[in-house]
Design a binder for this molecule. Structure first.
Ligand code: PDD
Length: 284
């Protein structure tokens, strides 16, 4: 993390940044978050992320810690203080600090924490490198549409993926369908040339990158459908890829050690990646 963090109204050195042990984020994972990419000093799809943050807060009846306009000013100042031109911004909002009790406390000031991270600029060649994924059982709760900090299942899954040399783990529901990655959305291209990603409901997080990719596909006249797809269908697909704020669009060339299509990034994903690169450049 970069050297200055924002905690409840103050810009503080990262090493001194802390919240109370009775913060409900710590005690109950009673908190939501957002991760927003920064490219050329600007937030990528900022409004989409702010809308999702509002939705997550609303679903849990956590009051907004400040207005969107104020939040944007604080973010601009934090990026300036940390000199972030390319990187990521993390926003965490918990219900706040209160004596431990399961039920939601009333009249509590939410905790707002923001941190930044410097990352390399978006680079087509680097992002276009294929990665592998494993499949794991989806053991998460039934409100995955809320972006909460309750990330233990995802952390376990990602750790398993890393231990097997894979980039990501695709989670699979009781019907054998892929829900999403531990921190990304999952996509395939079928032999019929159809772009498929799971529809949004409470089983997955509605990714902002996912939304942008759908818009870019529509604009370019690419054929897509939002529906469940099985592991078997994914393994028989001609292409596969994942999308997320920090990984952008990553071609998936292997699923559980089995090559997808020709085992290298295909035309569909490379086209979308090119469009995504233009999307970033257009928002400079
Ligand atoms: N993760 N699904 C899950 C479970 C996620 O955690 C994420 C994002 C996504 C993709 O959403 P988006 O395109 O809005 O980033 C899908 C972020 C990057 C993270 O936790 O670091």
């Amino acid at each position: 993390m970069s050297s200055i963090s924002y905690v409840n109204g103050r810009y503080v050195p990262h090493r001194d940044a802390s919240v109370h042990i009775e913060d409900r984020g710590f005690q109950f994972a009673d908190a939501v978050y957002e991760v927003i990419a920064v490219q050329h000093g600007r937030l990528v799809d900022g409004d989409g992320h702010f809308d999702r943050l509002d939705r997550s807060l609303g679903e849990l009846s956590i009051p907004e810690p400040m207005s969107r306009a104020a939040l944007k000013l604080v973010i601009r100042e934090l990026l300036r203080q940390n000199r972030i031109t390319f990187g990521a911004l993390y926003i965490q909002v918990s219900r706040g600090q209160a004596p431990r009790d399961f039920s939601f406390p009333q009249n509590v000031q939410p905790t707002l924490v923001m941190t930044t991270k410097r990352l390399k600029p978006f680079d087509f060649e680097r992002t276009a490198q294929g990665v592998s994924v494993i499949t794991i059982q989806d053991i998460r709760w039934k409100r995955c549409d809320i972006k909460t900090v309750s990330l233990l299942a995802g952390a376990m899954g990602k750790t398993e993926a890393m231990s097997k040399g894979a980039f990501e783990a695709w989670q699979v529901d009781a019907d054998g369908n892929v829900t999403e990655g531990t921190s990304s959305n999952a996509w395939i291209v079928t032999k019929a040339g159809e772009l498929v990603t799971r529809h949004t409901d409470s089983a997955i997080l509605g990714g902002i990158t996912r939304q942008t990719v759908l818009q870019l596909a529509a604009k370019d006249g690419l054929n897509y459908v939002e529906r469940p797809f099985s592991v078997a269908e994914a393994k028989a697909a001609t292409e596969a890829f994942t999308t997320s704020t920090t990984a952008f669009i990553r071609p998936v060339v292997k699923i559980d050690e089995q090559s997808v299509g020709e085992g290298k990034p295909g035309p569909f994903v490379l086209k979308l990646l090119k469009l995504y690169g233009q999307h970033i450049e257009n928002h400079k």
